[in-house]
Design a protein around this ligand. Structure first.
Ligand code: CU
Length: 142
């Protein structure tokens, strides 16, 4: 009696360990620290980077979409453009992010070259299995 109970516990522990391992693998995409969290359509989009800041120059950012329950949401095609209106003699600037998908549905890896420090308008849009959504937000590059 005692021995079979012990085996059952050991088996259960093994199952728990196995599922913990696979969930760790599935969420192995590091999104770093949030720069900005934006409501877009019925979803929440979180822009993040390793430093938690948008900076001037070349960099990698992450963009993750979650639904109202906090679950990752695969949105299909994503676009994000950083726009700065014309200021005096400086023409308007547009720096678009180039996204690739990751092994995590709803999590995208982006590359962008931010032209200058200052306040930018993020123009975010998606279209796909979660419908369409659009949002704008302000973010300061340092
Ligand atoms: Cu500018």
């Amino acid at each position: 009696m005692k021995k079979s109970l012990l085996i059952a516990i050991a088996g259960g522990a093994l199952l728990v360990t196995t599922s913990a391992c696979s969930s760790k693998t599935a969420s192995n995409v590091s999104t770093g620290t949030a720069i900005k969290t934006v409501t877009v359509g019925s979803l929440t989009a979180t822009l993040s980077s390793s430093t938690g800041q948008l900076k001037q120059g070349d960099q990698e950012v992450m963009l993750a979409f979650t639904d109202s329950a906090g679950k990752p949401a695969d949105v299909g095609a994503v676009s994000l453009n950083f726009h700065m209106p014309a200021m005096g003699a400086m023409a308007a600037m547009n720096d678009a992010v180039t996204f690739t998908t990751t092994e995590m549905p709803g999590v995208y890896r982006g590359k962008v070259n931010i032209g200058m420090a200052g306040e930018w308008q993020g123009q975010l849009a998606y279209e796909g299995p979660a419908g369409t959504g659009k949002a704008t937000f302000s973010v300061t590059a340092r």
